[in-house]
Design a binder for this molecule. Structure first.
Ligand code: BGC
Length: 768
């Protein structure tokens, strides 16, 4: 048989196999859906209107209260079928006990859904999402979500309020810590990876849980970075900068979506029909359920678009909201439906979607399937999970500066460890770690002690300063009882630190933000190193000894002084339960840092909102310095201090052989972009190769540079690898003005490859 024949036979059979498989999968899916629909039809036929409305009710079951209102959870309501689910209740036994009331004591025995904010791990805590995104390692991110799901489902939870995919261009906003940074392309890939990690191949698997994409939509654009503020991107900007990660998560099959606190087009998201129905369901074909955020429905009153709880409830449900998190006066909906103020169909639709979620999670087969109390021992915080968390935490740290290869440190001599965060156990997990067991996590001091044990190196420790001088500000920074305040005088603490520093060969300063300085309702206008820590650092710098700053933060920090005066800076963010060991791994070179910034670091807070993806302006200013009548500032460069995509390694990488397979690409074709990366140093390391494009002329304004591909490559010393990206119209497209369809126009495009957004080489591609 000729090669050509063999190929066509092969293609024919492959095609046949694919079609048969898709047909079987599709038929199977249809029959599953038909069974589910029949089951739910039958159940709903037996439900009273009160019971249907009960399914829409999601009171809080645990202690985490993020609004002023604490829902009045009563077991009586559960018995009466007035509750659809509970959230933030921890523990398989506690959940089993409550589930029993729903299943055994309510009229129809409908099981409850148990949700939780499992944001970056359950008890094994992974780095904060912002940190995680700096790994650019989709497999690691998926794995972190998978482990989170394993632990949470072993403890009764089947639904997580994650991933948070809000793109953010403003470091003042505390919740930038919960997302994947400033870029919609990177954010979309991470959103998909997280959904895959949580939900696995099937929600019917007991070790997977349902994801909830939040906060839909545009929450990351809160004006002035102020929490719960309004957002104003126009549609063009909204779709091109913010919407893509939500859509990516929906396309990846996320089972639920959470409506944001903010308004969109002047209407609160929870009650926004355009957002929840026209866009999400009709255009994006989302078929899961939508939950409000905490008391989100009542906020229609705060926003002044509703005069009563009844009006808010009706508006939201009719807009396409299915479940009310900490809602109020749901009982009133019975009369509203009976008297024609609320459509029965909207209630039926919402109830059905929640029952569908319970069905998909297998709760009707076995309501206790996530409540196996014997699993905790084997699964939660097990050695494997902790080892993975440690490995992943090491990948997330970003080495910002390393003059004269100060890092890695040798395990010898005397090291002075200084800073209020160096021995602060309850600070390690970072914000939004609801299930954390902080007493089981090591401090940085303990991690370093373990790493140095038996080496003969001496580790001296002094706290050096409080977080900040002002005690009331420090109380806000440690608001959830994580106080680490020291009563000693500034001078006593300072002298103690200077004293050990004088004896040391090298100083490691562990400083920055406490965990509650980022996260919800932690907006700040001062995003520099807090005063007391800055002053301590400045005194240490005067000693003239080598200093490494290990910087804790949940947001981008302005670090001009640090960058000018300190030889080495490691951005460790909040690395989770295992970060003490992970920091020691990186400091002593057992792990070579490879993280790259998913959010650029500004020179001044006044630069916000700020992103490398800045749209082209009139009168552009390329260099960033002042030039009259160009887009710039008179008093500070408009460039970042450290650009998006930036991060150093203990080795070096060189890029070569960068070419496109063609300089012309038809709109319906593709070109490959080749580049070779070589590890030119003398130790193994990982490089994150980045691909950017700039569409020179388009109908709508496009950014100067936008990420459209990346690959993390691990290379032994001296090793080279060719990386190939495929570009086509879909990969290069954007939402065009007015009709907001995803389009690629013909014309010239700069294709750029490099180690970060500011250091790229380019080739020209003509699209026609
Ligand atoms: C937050 C959500 C969170 C919810 C439940 C709200 O305040 O905005 O992100 O999922 O509380 O804890």
């Amino acid at each position: 048989m000729s090669t050509q024949h063999k190929t066509s036979h092969f293609l024919f059979f492959t095609l046949l196999a694919v079609c048969t498989f898709s047909f079987i999968a599709c038929t199977h899916q249809n029959s599953d859906d038909a069974q589910m629909n029949a089951f739910i039809d039958k159940l709903m036929a037996e439900m009273t209107l009160e019971e249907k409305i009960g399914q829409l009710n999601l009171p809080v079951g645990g202690d985490i209260v993020t609004g002023g209102v604490h829902s009045s959870l009563s077991m009586e309501d559960i018995r009466n079928g007035k509750v659809g689910g509970l959230f933030n209740l921890k523990g398989a036994q506690a959940i089993r006990d409550v589930q029993r009331i729903a299943v055994e004591q309510s009229r129809l025995g409908i099981p409850l859904l148990f949700g939780m904010d499992v944001i970056h791990g359950y008890e094994t805590i992974f780095p904060l999402p912002l940190a995680l995104s700096c790994s650019w390692d989709l497999q690691a991110i998926e794995r972190s979500a998978q482990i989170a799901a394993r632990e949470a489902t072993a403890d009764g939870i089947c639904w997580t309020f994650s991933p948070m995919v809000d793109v953010c261009h403003d470091g003042r906003w505390g919740r930038i810590s919960e997302g994947s940074g400033e870029d919609p392309y990177l954010g979309s890939r991470i959103a998909e990876a997280m959904v895959r990690g949580y939900q696995g191949a099937s929600l019917a698997d007991k070790q997977t849980m349902m994801a909830c994409v939040k906060h839909f939509a545009l929450y990351g654009a809160v004006e002035a970075g102020r929490e719960y503020n309004n957002v104003y991107p126009d549609d063009f900007h909204a779709f091109n900068e913010y919407m893509q990660p939500y859509k990516a998560a929906v396309d990846a099959g996320a089972g639920s979506v959470m409506a944001a606190f903010n308004t969109v087009h002047g209407i609160p998201s929870s009650g926004n029909r355009w957002l929840l129905t026209d866009l999400l369901r009709d255009q994006w074909k989302f078929n899961g359920f939508v939950v409000s955020d905490y008391t989100g429905v009542q906020h229609l009153g705060d926003n002044g678009v509703s005069a009563s709880h009844e009006q808010s409830n009706i508006q939201c449900i009719e807009a396409g909201l299915d479940m009310l998190m900490v809602g109020e006066d749901l009982d009133q909906l019975v009369a509203a439906v009976n008297e024609g103020r609320c459509s029965k169909l909207s209630i039926d639709n919402a109830c059905r979607r929640i029952l569908e979620a319970k069905y998909k999670l297998g709760l009707f087969d076995d309501p206790y399937r996530y409540c196996d109390t014997t699993l905790r021992e084997q699964v939660i915080l097990c050695d494997d999970h902790r080892a993975e968390a440690r490995r992943i935490a090491g990948e997330c740290m970003v080495l910002l500066k390393n003059d004269n290869n100060l890092l890695p440190l040798q395990k010898k001599g005397t090291i002075a460890l200084i800073g209020p965060l160096a021995d602060a156990r309850n600070n390690m997990a970072g914000t939004w770690a609801v299930a954390a067991v902080t007493d089981k996590y090591k401090t940085v001091k303990e991690g370093m002690e373990d790493a140095l044990r038996g080496t003969g190196a001496r580790l001296l420790y002094a706290k050096g300063s409080n977080l900040m001088y002002d005690a009331s500000q420090e109380a806000i920074a440690t608001i959830f009882g994580h106080s680490i305040r020291d009563d000693r005088s500034v001078e006593t603490m300072r002298q103690e630190a200077l004293n050990i520093a004088r004896q040391a060969d090298v100083i490691v300063a562990v400083m920055g933000e406490a965990s509650e300085m980022s996260g919800e309702c932690a907006s700040r206008v001062n995003i520099e190193m807090p005063d007391a820590q800055h002053d301590m650092l400045a005194r240490l710098a005067q000693l003239g000894k080598p200093i490494v700053l290990v910087h804790f933060a949940g947001r981008p920090t302005v670090m001009n002084w640090e960058s000018e005066h300190l030889p080495a800076i490691l951005e460790s963010w909040f690395g989770g339960s295992e970060c003490a060991d992970a920091i020691a791994d990186v400091l002593f070179g057992d792990v070579n840092p490879s993280g790259k910034l998913s959010v650029q670091l500004p020179r001044h807070v006044g630069q916000y909102p700020f992103s490398y993806r800045a749209m082209r302006t009139s009168r552009p200013n390329e260099g960033g310095d002042f030039a009259k009548y160009s887009s710039c500032y008179a008093d500070v460069s408009s460039k970042p201090l450290y650009p998006f995509g930036y991060g150093l390694s203990y080795t070096t990488f060189a890029y070569s052989d960068f070419y496109l397979t063609d300089t012309v690409m038809p709109l319906n074709g593709s070109v490959d972009v080749h580049v070779t990366v070589t590890n030119t140093g003398n130790r193994a390391g990982a490089e994150i190769v980045q691909l950017y494009i700039a569409d020179r002329v388009a109908k709508g304004v496009r950014p100067y540079k936008e990420l459209r591909g990346f690959e993390r490559v691990e290379l032994a010393a001296g090793e080279s690898r060719e990386v190939v990206f495929t570009l086509d119209a879909d990969r290069m497209g954007y939402y065009e003005p007015y009709n907001l369809t995803w389009t690629m126009e013909s014309g010239d495009v700069d294709v750029m490859v490099g180690a970060n957004s500011a250091e790229t080489e380019k080739r020209l591609l003509h699209v026609q």
